[in-house]
Design a protein around this ligand. Structure first.
Ligand code: PLP
Length: 396
């Protein structure tokens, strides 16, 4: 009954754990939730007010499919101001989340016979988005010893005549690893003599720590403007995940093709959310910095706890709001009658024994690891990590 292409979309191995966590919470069990992928802060007041004004002023009709001109202009101004990039509004598309931008791109650009390089661990949706239009994902391992970053040598080794694109996410979900300008330039040097296109997922741009200076891949030189799609959005930086506004900037032909797909699928992103996003991007940025600082304190707190768990290794992330910890030392251990054979078993064990929800690394193409989100209060971080530490001590 179903199309052949559905065979390429595997069920998520992580959903079972999150469904169990949600069911326990529904039953009133006190579960500490380290599995969330969104800021716990409310959307800043001025942005909410812009949304309310949009409703009151009846800004509730269809808009231009690729986004209202004011928002696209504001995005161009942002790309110039923050990233040193020079785009015009017809080189920008606004979609229902960065996820839709990436999906539009995949449909517009990837086809059977193409290979798309994905540094792994990587965000859960890249692999299915590459596979659905019939292209082949090629994973390269971003090793913990290299701070979960891939090296130019690894990238060179993964290239083939079929390589169509590289999808690079910095800072990364799930590892928090971010590439410096020099590290990006090292990868760019490998790709320059080729025709490989770069999809730069920069959604966590504003959530970086310890003075890390964020560089957009497209800012590496004018030669990249024709060969790079910059993907960003308001979900993470402005605590606006539910508003569903993301955007992409790139070559006119690519943006045009993405626009055609959007014209015939969802049309414009929500009109009210577009005006709220305009306020987010154009308005005062102090709250972004306040949230960033809070995340940094929480990262330090959670890292401190993680460091007390014997055998667990976890590099200090430069960005996003996740710790990606190597728990392989615990595989094969037992607690009572139960053996812990995989990271999925481990996540289930922590849920059952510690009432703490984490995401198994298998969903990010990194078995043996667990992703801990610190997008929650310092009190909950301390309580949850105390429980994790005690549960880990019971495994032998
Ligand atoms: C790496 C990465 N890219 C893209 C997205 C999609 O963001 P949105 O569709 O909310 O803009 C997410 C959200 O979890 C993400 O972690």
């Amino acid at each position: 009954m179903l199309a052949e292409r559905m065979k390429s979309v595997k069920p998520s191995p992580t959903l079972v754990v999150s469904a169990r966590a949600a069911e326990l919470a529904r039953q009133g069990v006190d579960v500490v939730n380290f599995s969330v992928g969104e800021p716990d802060f409310p959307t800043p007041q001025a942005i909410k007010q812009a949304g309310i004004r949009a409703i009151e002023q009846d800004f509730t009709r269809y808009t231009a499919s690729s986004g209202i001109p004011d928002l696209r202009r504001a995005i161009c101004d942002k790309l110039r101001r923050d990233n040193g990039l020079d785009y015009s509004p017809d080189e920008v598309i606004v979609s229902s989340g960065a996820k839709q931008c990436l999906f539009n791109l995949a449909l517009a650009m990837f086809a059977p016979g193409d290979e798309v390089i994905l540094p792994a661990p990587c965000w859960v949706s890249y692999e299915p988005q590459v596979a659905l239009p019939g292209a082949a994902p090629v994973l390269i391992e971003a090793r913990r010893e290299n701070g979960f970053r891939v090296t130019p040598e690894q990238l060179r080794g993964a290239l083939s005549p079929r390589t169509k694109a590289l999808i690079l996410n910095s800072p990364s979900n799930p590892t928090g690893a971010a590439y410096t300008r020099e590290q990006l330039a090292g990868l760019a040097a490998v790709l320059e003599p080729t025709r490989v296109f770069v999809v730069a997922d920069e959604i966590y741009e504003k959530i970086v720590y310890d003075g890390f200076v964020f560089t957009s891949f497209a800012a590496l030189g004018p030669q990249w403007k024709d060969r790079c799609l910059v993907v960003n959005g308001v979900s993470k930086s402005y605590a606006m995940t539910g508003w569903r506004i993301g955007y992409a900037a790139g070559p006119r032909a690519v943006i045009g093709a993405m626009g055609k797909i959007q014209d015939h699928s969802t049309s414009n992103a929500n009109s009210i959310a577009q005006l709220a996003a305009l306020e987010a991007i154009r308005g005062p940025q102090e709250e972004v910095e306040a949230m960033r600082r809070a995340f940094q304190e929480r990262r330090d707190l959670m890292l401190d706890w993680m460091g007390r768990i014997p055998g667990v290794a976890c590099p200090r992330p430069q960005g996003a709001f996740y710790l990606f910890a190597d728990w392989r030392a615990y595989l094969g251990r037992r607690a009572g009658g139960a053996a812990v054979a995989s990271c999925i078993d481990l996540a289930n064990y922590l849920l059952d024994e510690a009432r703490v929800a984490v995401v198994p690394g298998a969903g990010f193409c990194a078995p043996g690891h667990l992703r801990f989100s610190y997008a929650t209060s310092p009190e909950r971080i301390a309580e949850g990590m105390r429980r994790v530490l005690e549960a880990a001590e019971r495994l032998d």
